[in-house]
Ligand binder design. Structure first.
Ligand SMILES: [Zn+2]
Length: 214
C-alpha cells in the first residue's frame, strides 16, 4: 500500500477547503505535511488552481526539496515549509494563506497582542509580522521559520500568514483562529485600542502553550 496516499489526500483536501472559505484564491497559498516515512514531506503543487488540486497533483519531496513522487512542480514556498520542519521537530503540518483580515494586519506590519484567552495556548503569546521578503526567497523562509520558533503563527509583511500544527487538522484550526483573532483585532482597533489581558492571565496562557507545545 502507498504510504503517502492518505496524507496526499489530506493535503489536497485542505487546500481545496482553504479555497472554499476564501483564504486562498486560484493560485495562492500552499499546504504541506510531514509524512510518517522518514525525511518525506507532502506539499501542494504550483500553477494549478487550488479548487482543482487532487491527491495525485501533490508532491512527495525529501528534506532538501528533491521530488520523490509526483509529476507537477512543487510549491515555490517548498523551501520555507522544509526549513520550518527542520527547525521545529514537533511540527507536522504547515499552511500558508492570504485570508483578508490577517493580510490586512500584515500590510500594517502589526503584532497581534495577547488580547484573547484562546489565542495564547494555541498560537503563542503574540503574533508579529515578520520582516518583508519576496515570495519564494530564502530570506522569506528564514524570517518565517525564525518567527515560528516561539509561536505557531506569524504574519508575513505585505503578503499573508503562516501557521503550523501537530497535524493538518490542528494547523487548519490555527488558521481559522488566526483569521478570527485578526478580524476581532481590526474591528476593535477601528473604534479604540484593544486592551491586552492582565499579566496573570498571559502567564497562564504561556504555561499552557509550553505544556501543549503546539
Ligand atoms: Zn503567499
Amino acid at each position: 500500500m502507498d504510504p503517502f496516499k492518505l496524507v496526499r489526500e489530506e493535503v489536497a483536501r485542505t487546500i481545496r477547503t482553504l479555497y472554499k472559505i476564501g483564504y486562498v484564491l486560484d493560485h495562492e497559498g500552499n499546504v504541506s505535511a510531514r509524512s510518517r516515512v522518514a525525511d518525506r514531506y507532502v506539499i501542494t503543487p504550483s500553477q494549478i488552481p487550488r479548487f482543482e488540486i487532487k491527491a495525485r497533483d501533490t508532491l512527495v519531496v525529501n528534506g532538501v526539496g528533491d521530488v520523490i513522487k509526483g509529476s507537477r512542480n512543487p510549491s515555490v514556498e517548498t523551501g520555507m515549509h522544509l526549513l520550518i520542519y527542520s527547525k521545529r521537530p514537533d511540527v507536522n503540518a504547515v499552511i500558508h494563506f492570504h485570508s483578508v483580515h490577517a493580510t490586512a494586519l500584515a500590510s500594517l506590519h502589526e503584532t497581534i497582542p495577547p488580547f484573547l484567552e484562546e489565542l495564547i495556548p494555541f498560537l503563542g503569546e503574540n503574533i508579529p509580522t515578520v520582516k518583508y521578503a519576496m515570495a519564494g526567497t530564502e530570506e522569506l523562509a528564514s524570517n518565517v521559520a525564525d518567527g515560528l520558533m516561539q509561536r505557531n503563527a506569524v504574519l508575513l509583511a505585505n503578503h499573508g500568514a503562516v501557521v503550523c500544527g501537530k497535524d493538518l487538522k490542528d494547523a487548519f484550526h490555527k488558521a481559522l483562529l488566526l483569521e478570527k483573532a485578526s478580524t476581532i483585532f481590526l474591528l476593535a482597533k477601528a473604534v479604540g485600542s484593544p486592551i491586552s489581558l492582565p499579566e496573570s492571565a498571559v502567564e497562564i496562557g504561556r504555561e499552557l502553550f509550553r505544556t501543549m507545545m503546539l
